[in-house]
Ligand binder design. Structure first.
Ligand code: C5P
Length: 300
């Protein structure tokens, strides 16, 4: 039995280019893994159990499908095919990452299953060997294998590490409901007729290298934010509230609807978290730090 802990991601920058022929968009993004985790346990099934059995608790319990529609399931099936064996396993997802929240929770679970099954089946692919499989499952899955802070290009699957200094403190505002990533990209195509080719913000790189939280806050950007707000206008009030409560900066995470706020440090983050939760605008809040490593086996 193997348990893998895998982090959520936020995008410090999400630059989105024009729609490509394959329906994806070229990105210039900065992924940042934060200490909000799903725990994924994979175990061989008892002798009479065949196939993949998936169970899920926590975020998304009762609403997320536990069959081949789940990316974690597809990750196990894909690796089994690659290795040439039957996937007779139990997968248990214990989720703290919001579902369809813009934090790549489904991608994180898929990455965790790849790492766990690689070990369980003795496939020996390792992180590097798993990357092509991860990329074929989804644009955000390779990043979940690595974590840290990384530049993503292509559709987000091509990664380069960013050398940053220090720890950033974030307040995550979990809001009710979900946003579909394809729907947000479609809204973006409707709003932005001729997007420019996106480029990485050098000011953001400089602030990360200097460990300058205020500088990072100044350069947070998300090209999908207007599209997410057009589908969920109430998010504007959440973003405003975070800034009124003193956050250095705030943005919609990825395709939303989760919003994230940058704080000066731990106490400042806790202050913002308390104010946000008492304002009654959000479902719940979490104080997290980043960067943190990607999918890792939890020692037994
Ligand atoms: O890669 P993934 O399956 O996570 O992408 C989900 C959807 O998000 C895609 O089908 C596409 O509509 C949109 N997307 C995009 N450009 C990207 C990443 C995702 O248009 N770079």
């Amino acid at each position: 039995m193997t348990t893998v802990r895998v982090p959520a991601k936020i995008n410090l920058q999400l630059g989105v280019g024009p729609a490509r022929a394959d329906g994806y968009h070229d990105l210039a993004t900065v992924f940042h893994a934060v200490s909000l985790y799903d725990d994924v346990t994979v175990a061989p099934r008892a002798a009479d159990g065949l196939g993949i059995r998936l169970t899920l608790s926590g975020e998304g319990e009762g609403s997320v499908p536990c069959d081949q529609r789940n990316l974690a399931w597809r990750a196990a099936a894909l690796l089994a095919e690659q290795v040439g064996l039957e996937p007779d396993i139990d997968i248990a997802l214990r989720k703290s990452i919001p579902v369809a929240g813009g934090m790549a929770g489904g991608s994180a679970d898929a990455a965790a299953v790849l790492v766990a099954c690689d070990l369980l089946w003795g496939a020996g692919l390792g992180r590097e060997g798993l990357v092509p499989l991860a990329a074929s499952l989804g644009s955000d899955v390779p990043f979940a294998l690595y974590g840290g802070t990384m530049i993503g290009s292509g559709r987000g699957e091509m990664l380069t590490p960013v050398l940053g200094r220090g720890e950033l403190h974030w307040v995550i505002a979990l809001v009710d409901g979900e946003l579909s990533t394809p729907a947000v990209y479609a809204a973006y195509d409707g709003l932005v007729r001729r997007p420019a080719e996106p480029a990485i913000d050098e000011g953001l790189m400089h602030a990360l290298r200097a460990g300058d939280a205020a500088g990072v806050a100044e350069h947070l950007s998300n090209d999908l934010q207007a599209a997410a707000l057009s589908l969920r206008p109430s998010l504007a009030r959440v973003l405003e509230a975070g800034m009124e409560f003193g956050a250095l900066g705030g943005i919609v995470s990825g395709s939303g609807p989760t919003c994230v706020f940058l704080a000066r440090g731990q106490e400042h983050a806790l202050d913002i978290a308390v104010s946000l939760s008492s304002a009654g605008l959000v479902r719940s809040v979490r104080h997290v730090t980043g960067p943190v490593p990607g999918a890792r086996v939890v020692p037994a």
